[in-house]
Design a binder for this molecule. Structure first.
Ligand code: FO1
Length: 310
């Protein structure tokens, strides 16, 4: 079976990853770890966990992160002990962090530890971190440099962003092998936040080099529809960085790294301008409400990659 590599960050990316995971392809997902941090000594991997919970059918879909049917007994007890609980850790979520902490404490590299966890969750496709080493994303704002979760959760993305700094750690060997596989049919950049969730992956030198020198086509799916983000601060951050807030601007952001760009039907009129960048435009219904929508968009992506190969 041919290989598809997907670059994925938070919630939007996980939805398309679920659609791709339902298709008869050898899917390997490279996930952003720039949001990772230690909280109460526990290794939190938000984008991996959102992706894993989504693929395992355990995600709190309304909330976008964390577990469904979650309880907050530990959180309540911490508050009772006088802690300020700014970053919510649910009881079931803590179990996953404890397992990950044990695996890492026993000497596992991050990639095999995450691979063990995804297998225990019954997830079919491979999920690799962009790097085995801490590569924290820092957000340079008008109020100073903030750690990612301090910006994203602590300050609710309010401070005006001047610049985002990427850890650019050493690439994970398994992720690099997937990107350079001679069975690679194509790369899909999922509709995650380009600046906060995809750029950290592309800042890993080996992965950027592999994508720039790709031997199979790469397709990005726009996270903006009619100039608005489906969820999260993409539009606000684009504006604060002086980038036009449009799907075309996202195509420009990935210029040189993609051969195709998937527009939502609402942005079909941008197709000629995308083509003028030397990027082949595709148009589909990119708003995903149901699993059927996710599979349908995933099929459009695989079809687009096939068209780009021919
Ligand atoms: N996001 C929030 O807005 N508030 C939280 O309290 C919060 C807790 C949390 C715990 C575990 C986890 O995996 C994710 C969590 N998130 C929370 C989401 C997280 O900040 C984002 O998923 C990513 O870092 C950005 O996509």
């Amino acid at each position: 079976m041919r290989t598809i590599v997907a670059l994925c960050g938070g919630v939007g990316g996980a939805k398309l990853a679920l659609g791709l995971d339902r298709l008869p392809v050898d899917l390997r997902i490279i996930v952003n770890t720039g949001d990772d941090f230690l909280h109460y000594g526990l290794p939190i991997c938000p984008d991996f966990d959102t992706l894993a919970y989504t693929l395992a059918g355990l995600a709190n879909v309304e909330q976008g992160w964390g577990r469904a049917a979650e309880t907050l007994a530990v959180q309540a007890e911490l508050a009772g002990l006088g802690e300020t609980t700014w970053f919510t850790l649910g009881d079931k979520d803590i179990a996953l962090h404890l397992l990950r902490a044990r695996l890492l404490a026993e000497g596992a590299r991050l990639a095999p530890a995450l691979d063990d966890i995804r297998r225990r969750l019954g997830i079919r496709c491979a999920i690799w971190p962009m790097s085995d080493h801490a590569s924290p994303t820092l957000v340079d704002t008008e109020e100073g440099v903030l750690a990612f979760q301090e910006y994203f959760v602590g300050r609710r993305c309010t401070p005006v962003v001047r610049r985002v700094r990427y850890g650019a750690g050493v690439g994970c060997p398994e992720a690099l092998a997937a990107m350079t596989s001679d069975r690679l049919d194509g790369v899909v950049i999922c509709p995650s936040n380009p600046v906060l969730s995809i750029a950290p992956i592309l800042a890993v030198p080996e992965l950027h080099h592999a994508l720039a020198g790709r031997r199979a086509p790469a397709l990005a799916v726009s996270p903006l529809i009619a100039g608005r983000a489906v969820k999260g601060p993409t539009a606000k951050i684009f504006a604060e960085l002086g980038l036009e807030v449009s799907a075309l601007s996202v195509a420009r952001y990935y210029e040189g790294l993609i051969d195709g760009f998937m527009l939502d039907e609402a942005d079909a009129s941008l197709a000629p301008a995308v083509q003028a960048l030397g990027i082949t435009p595709f148009v589909a219904a990119t708003l995903m409400h149901t699993d059927e929508d996710r599979v349908a968009l995933a099929e459009c992506c695989v079809d687009a990659l096939r068209a780009l190969r021919s």
